[in-house]
Design a protein around this ligand. Structure first.
Ligand code: NAP
Length: 488
């Protein structure tokens, strides 16, 4: 089975959404070994789905009251005799204690639902270990990605996919059918060698988020240090002014928008690089380098982190006037003004700059919120491709342009004021503009009709070089093949 096939639902044509769930085969009894949290939730869901359930426990009398009345709770040996498919809801460490049941279990399907505490904890997967203990049984790995809670609340409130693998197609189909009747979507992960991969899934901590989070943290650290030097260290060294109170709010608040803005541009930069590569090679069939591939795949997470930083920046900014330092400085300014007998400090240009700066900032945050919401699977699934790409691509680019306006109106003419170059360091906003402006300029160039037309052709399959296969007689009289390319 190909890798692509493996990712497809095993019973894909019988979708659980919309369609009523298929009815369980009449009189099908399903066995469950163990009476813990998972076994209990599983038994409840199986009973609700119309199966007869028989639970095998070491102590059935004590455990019976924990199960629904419709489920039969009996000794392990009794239970396994009554069912052909048996869920082993027992930890791996205790598999060996089930070996006494080997004879009664022979010929049956065992479903290994177990998880480990660490990734690749054992050399062989739990399912392979179970199969080695019970060679006369057929083992199917499955249901481990579903929690006891999801089982109990039904597939509505949790993850709907159940990943399944086994070396036996019939056994896999039988378990997939049970999963589907229970309201889950079985996904065929191929043969037993995939068990290890399936067992690692519940143990992974935000696998798709690692790179974006490190990127955000790295940017935050760089900009924070830069702002700290300019806003705190510089006045301390040059004027012996204590501005350390700025660290928790002001420095953080000037760092967050830098991270957010640069991260937003990093969502669109890989697309620009990919387009450059396609234009350069004149084909879309050439693989991107791995780092670009990875970058393209992490755009959603990078965008969401950009939104997160922007939202924090908005909250911090709203809280700025609440600070005591702000009040003191305000009163100080008022007193100075009174002493100097100044009637007004109104600067028309500053007023306008601030109004525009805040307004475009709010619009940028609104657009970012829209991008974040539509990247959620439940919302994304309700949009067609055109709607999704319009929001994520076009509105996203507009958000980048508006964020640039926000940054420019914030910085205004500071870049041309030599007092702003603390320790010869330019104002932070000028640094943040580098990547976003590159992206915006590149996008504008790509939208020129001649380039856009060429890019569109490439993306529809046109290639600069057409490869013509030819055959050369070799010196030994045998034939060898070569390739040549000609422009079409
Ligand atoms: P649990 O509450 O500790 O239950 C384990 C059960 O194993 C016990 O109730 C016990 O039932 C049975 N057992 C059989 N032989 C045993 C022995 N020698 N020593 C101790 N217990 C023995 O654990 P659980 O949370 O239900 O998890 C069971 C399996 O499901 C584990 O492999 C786990 O990785 C997997 N799983 C659990 C969840 C979850 O959300 N809980 C999710 C996915 C997968 P009797 O005393 O009646 O024999």
């Amino acid at each position: 089975m190909s890798r692509g096939d493996m990712a497809k639902p095993l019973l894909g044509h019988r979708s659980t959404e919309g369609d009523p769930s298929p009815t369980p085969p009449a009189g099908r009894t399903v066995g469950v070994l163990g009476s813990g949290d998972f076994a209990r939730s599983l038994a409840i869901r199986l009973v609700c789905s119309g199966f007869k359930v028989v639970v095998g426990s070491r102590n059935p009398k004590r455990k019976a009251s924990l199960f629904p009345a419709a489920a039969e709770v009996t000794f392990q040996a009794e239970a396994v005799k009554k069912a052909d498919v048996i869920f082993v809801a027992v930890f791996r460490e205790h598999y060996s204690t089930l070996c006494d049941l080997a004879d009664v279990l022979a010929g049956k399907i065992l479903v290994d639902v177990s998880n480990n505490t660490e990734i690749n904890h054992h050399k062989e997967s739990n399912a392979e270990y179970l199969a080695s203990l019970f060679p006369a049984c057929t083992v199917v790995k499955g249901f481990n990605v579903v929690s006891a809670w999801t089982l109990q609340s039904g597939a509505r409130d949790g993850n709907k996919q159940v990943l399944i693998c086994s070396n036996n197609q019939e056994a896999k189909r039988a378990v997939a059918e049970i999963a589907q009747v229970m309201g889950f979507t079985p996904v065929d992960m191929g043969c037993m060698s995939s068990a290890c991969e399936i067992e690692n899934i519940p143990l992974r901590l935000l696998p798709a988020w690692k790179i974006p989070i490190f990127l955000a943290l790295g940017l935050f650290l760089c900009f924070f240090t830069y702002n700290l030097i300019r806003q705190v260290i510089h006045p301390y060294i040059r004027e012996q002014k204590n501005k350390f109170y700025k660290i928790p709010i002001e420095v953080v608040n000037t760092t967050l928008p830098c991270v957010s803005y640069v991260m937003l541009s990093l969502v669109y930069l890989p697309g620009v690089l990919a387009a450059c590569s396609q234009l350069y090679y004149g084909t879309k069939y050439r693989r991107f380098p791995d780092w670009l591939d990875q970058w393209l795949q992490h755009r959603k997470q990078i965008g969401l982190l950009s939104f997160f930083c922007a939202a924090l920046h908005a909250v911090y900014s709203l809280c700025l006037p609440m600070r005591r330092s702000h009040r003191y400085l305000l009163i100080e300014t008022a007193v100075k003004q009174a002493v100097e007998k100044k009637m007004t400090i109104w600067v028309e240009e500053e007023v306008w700059r601030m109004e525009i700066y805040i307004s475009v900032g709010i619009i940028a945050l609104g657009l970012l919120s829209l991008l974040a919401i539509t990247s959620l699977p439940s919302i994304a699934n309700s949009l067609n491709w055109r709607e999704f790409s319009f929001i994520q691509s076009s509105l996203g680019f507009i958000a980048l342009v508006i964020s640039t306006l926000h940054t420019l109106t914030y910085g205004w003419s500071r870049a041309f004021d030599e007092n702003q170059y603390k320790f010869y360091l330019p104002p932070t906003y000028t640094l943040t503009l580098l990547v976003p402006c590159t992206v915006i300029i590149a996008k504008v160039i790509f939208s020129l009709p001649c380039i856009q037309h060429r890019l569109l052709r490439i993306r529809r399959g046109w290639e600069k070089g057409r490869y013509v296969k030819f055959v050369l007689p070799s010196a030994t009289g045998e034939f060898s093949s070569g390739e040549t390319s000609s422009n079409v």
